[in-house]
Design a binder for this molecule. Structure first.
Ligand code: NAD
Ligand code: IPM
Ligand code: MN
Length: 355
């Protein structure tokens, strides 16, 4: 039986935890396919219990699992903690330790949610199907030196370092080219090569790699223009590859195109398993504990895990279709502004009924 390290985390992570469990049970019952959920602490709750956002035993369990499933970490309670005692530090250490350098964030507009999109009808009616690949283990998030330093005159200076190795850029970009080959053969690389050395190296590596993919239409965009084009004409995109921070920002922007951050799943892959699965959204403290969080990002993340770690594309497709069927009945959580608003648990149950 597959073993999943299950890290619900903080805030709405706790509301969505039960959803993952009921889907596990239903999948076992309907398909005879089981995976074990080994629940472990991470983030704020791990700080409270163990004084560490990613205790060594938890990391060890994750590494010894077939897949890692995390919901979200963070919250105001820990916002003033020192950097290594912040919930987010646990998540970043987990990504780095698993070396999952390619974060896959699919953005697809449901035809039942076009009323939510921030875009004009004529754009929305064309549909929307983009995949953002975000590099996840280098860049400003991890570069050294970093810190806040006091100067001789008593003033302070804060330093973060953006650093990228050509090895990582190449491995990462290759996944983008391969993905584009299986889709519309249209790849956009987003950088800031007019200013940053990091981006110049990025562009050089991507350009070199493109020689091995003559069928791919490769386009380079500066990140500021990419942010504009995403709103202006998102249908020009198929697969986007970009560095860590740019990918973080552009994927939240993309959530507004499809209507809610509560819809976007992600998978983070590397050279070796286990891979990491997590919704794109955070712990949403203001809606936590109210049974109103949208469970779709979590359900779609389960689908990605079934597809990419357990070779069960059949079940993944069934899950995705079941969500669509519920949306078709004009029922959704509050963020979806449907005719009928229901809670997290109730929505998850509707999806299960349609499975
Ligand atoms: P957030 O993603 O938690 O919330 C942004 C907005 O989206 C809020 O309005 C929230 O209510 C809404 N939202 C998010 N998920 C939703 C869902 N499932 N259903 C309905 N609405 C949803 O981002 P934030 O407010 O900037 O950050 C809150 C905390 O989460 C911070 O501590 C941050 O560091 C953390 N965070 C964690 C992760 C992660 O664990 N992967 C990701 C992003 C943010
Ligand atoms: C995300 C989040 C994280 C990130 C934070 C919580 C560290 O915003 O997964 O998108 O910036 O990667
Ligand atoms: Mn983010």
């Amino acid at each position: 039986m597959y073993k999943v390290a299950f890290l619900p985390g903080d805030g709405i992570g706790q509301d969505l935890k039960e959803v993952v469990k009921v889907f596990r049970d239903k999948i076992e019952e309907k398909y005879g396919f089981s995976f074990e959920l080994n629940e472990l602490p991470i983030g704020g709750n791990a700080i409270d219990s163990f004084g560490d956002p990613l205790p060594p035993d938890v990391l060890k369990e994750c590494k010894n699992s077939d897949a890692v499933f995390l919901i979200a970490v963070g919250g105001p309670k820990w916002d003033n903690n020192p950097p290594n005692l912040r919930p987010e530090a646990g998540l970043l250490k987990l990504r780095k330790s698993l070396n999952v350098f390619c974060n896959i964030r699919p953005i697809k507009l449901s035809k039942h949610l076009t009323h939510l999109s921030c875009l004009k009808c004529e754009t929305v009616n064309k549909g929307l199907d983009i995949v953002i690949l975000r590099e996840l283990t280098e860049g400003l998030y991890f570069g050294e030196p970093r810190g806040i330093y006091t100067q001789p005159d008593g003033s302070k200076v804060a330093i973060n370092t953006m650093s990228y190795s050509s090895t990582t850029i190449e491995k990462f970009a290759k996944i983008g080219f391969e993905l584009a080959m299986s889709r519309k053969k249209n790849l956009t690389s987003v950088d800031k090569a007019n200013v940053l050395e990091n981006s110049r190296l990025w562009r050089e590596v991507v350009e070199n790699l493109s020689k091995s993919y003559p069928e791919i239409k490769l386009n380079h965009l500066y990140v500021d223009n990419a942010a504009l084009q995403m709103i202006y004409d998102p249908n020009q995109f198929d697969v986007i590859i970009t560095e860590n921070l740019f990918g973080d920002i552009l994927s939240d922007e993309a959530a507004a195109l499809v209507g809610s951050l509560g819809l976007l799943p992600s998978a983070s892959i590397g050279d070796n398993k286990p891979f990491l699965y997590e919704p794109v959204h955070g712990s949403a403290p203001s809606i936590a504990g109210k049974n109103i969080a949208n469970p779709i990002a979590t359900i779609f993340s389960i689908a990605l895990m079934l597809r990419l770690s357990f070779e069960r594309n059949d079940i993944a497709l069934d899950l995705e279709n079941a969500v669509e069927k519920v949306l078709e009945t004009k029922v959704g959580t509050a963020d979806l502004k449907m005719k009928n608003t229901i809670g997290t648990r109730e929505f998850a149950n509707e999806v299960l009924k349609n499975l």
